[in-house]
Design a protein around this ligand. Structure first.
Ligand SMILES: Nc1ncnc2c1ncn2[C@@H]1O[C@H](COP(=O)(O)OP(=O)(O)OP(=O)(O)O)[C@@H](O)[C@H]1O
Ligand SMILES: [Mg+2]
Length: 317
């Protein structure tokens, strides 16, 4: 594990915003994309942290951790489903094939959980038994394992994500039945592979979000997969006992910053409290721990000034 002193050194060497002269830039919440020649897109994973749909600051090494975890999973699942990766020329950069993204995000859930108003658990607790077309039995408890994973799509490209069923997505003309079913199959196969690999490392892949796109008429997995930003992970060894006692699970995901903010009364409205150095260090430690547990490898912090390093990598493409 990287020492606290090394993480502290990283506090002033983070990648916040980028504006490199290497192609058209599209800024997301966490990643900056650069459109390159030859149908390529450079996905630069910054150190920005978002919660409640807002950017809240930076966490040292977060971009490297996320990019390298995504890269690990794309490698580990490449035989199961084709993906968009071309190369990883820098710890914070992935060059991918530009895809035509489907207008849905595909969330696969192995367990029923969540805390926000759109989450499966909160809806279920309020009485909903039909979650995006999946009929759930009565009597489930928070964090319970589902008989089999379910798919709960949301719309993309809308101001607020909206839960949607297969039938609604088809009748709204967002996707054809054939493409939806092929996408669903791909997502379940990825989730199964992720669940199996995670279990080898003592982790439960609880739920995760996939983005799929079309590339030369073929369906491919794009964006990021199985990262702590797109997925929930719990520690497997304490799952049963905590679940039996109705206690919160031990988590390995981006919940830490969200909970710290929520404890200070911030839930997305108004000015967010500034993240303290201690919180940024603790969040970094958790992201690095996630990297090491998920990949089974030691985390090696990239050396050098981060922005010039990333810029040089992009210019060499
Ligand atoms: N292969 C690809 N081709 C085209 N777009 C892609 C590809 N892979 C990822 N993307 C897009 O790149 C962006 C990554 O940035 P980021 O995840 O920070 O955005 P975001 O804030 O989540 O915004 P969005 O709501 O658009 O996803 C996303 O919009 C994602 O859909
Ligand atoms: Mg995203």
């Amino acid at each position: 594990m990287v020492s606290e002193a090394r993480i502290r050194q990283g506090l002033d060497n983070v990648l916040g915003g980028t504006d490199f002269d290497v192609g058209k830039r599209i800024s997301g919440k966490v990643r900056d994309s650069y459109l390159l020649s030859g149908g390529r897109r450079a996905l630069v994973t910054t150190d920005r942290v978002s919660a409640f749909d807002r950017i809240l600051g930076t966490i040292p090494f977060k971009g490297q951790v996320l990019n390298q975890i995504a890269s690990f999973w794309f490698d580990a699942t490449r035989d199961i489903v084709p993906n968009h990766v071309i190369s990883t020329p820098d710890p914070n950069v992935m060059v991918v094939s530009e895809c035509e993204q489907l207008p849905l995000e595909f969330i696969v859930r192995g367990y029923i959980t969540g805390v926000t108003s759109t989450s499966a658990w909160i809806n279920y607790a309020k009485g909903a038994r039909n979650i995006c077309g999946n009929i759930l039995p009565d009597g489930l408890r928070k964090d319970q394992k589902l008989d089999r994973p379910i798919l709960t799509p949301t719309t993309k490209h809308e101001v607020h994500d909206r839960n949607i069923s297969r039938e609604e997505a088809i009748s709204e003309g967002l996707i054809t039945p054939e493409l939806f079913d092929e996408a669903a199959d791909v997502c379940f196969r990825m989730f199964e592979a992720g669940t199996r690999e995670a279990a080898k490392r003592g982790l439960i892949l609880v739920d995760t979000k996939y983005e799929l796109g079309m590339l030369n008429g073929r369906l491919v997995v794009s964006d990021e997969i199985h990262t702590p930003d797109s997925s929930r992970y719990w520690y497997a060894d304490t799952y049963e006992e905590l679940f039996a006692n109705g206690e919160p699970q031990r988590k390995l995901d981006k919940e830490y910053v969200r909970e710290w903010l929520a404890a200070r009364g911030f839930r997305g409205e108004g000015e967010p409290p500034a993240l303290t150095d201690d919180v940024r260090i603790e969040a970094a430690r958790r992201y690095i721990t996630a990297y090491e547990l998920i990949t089974g490898k030691d985390f090696e912090p990239a050396e050098g000034e981060i922005a010039p390093r990333v810029e040089a990598a992009l210019k060499a493409l």
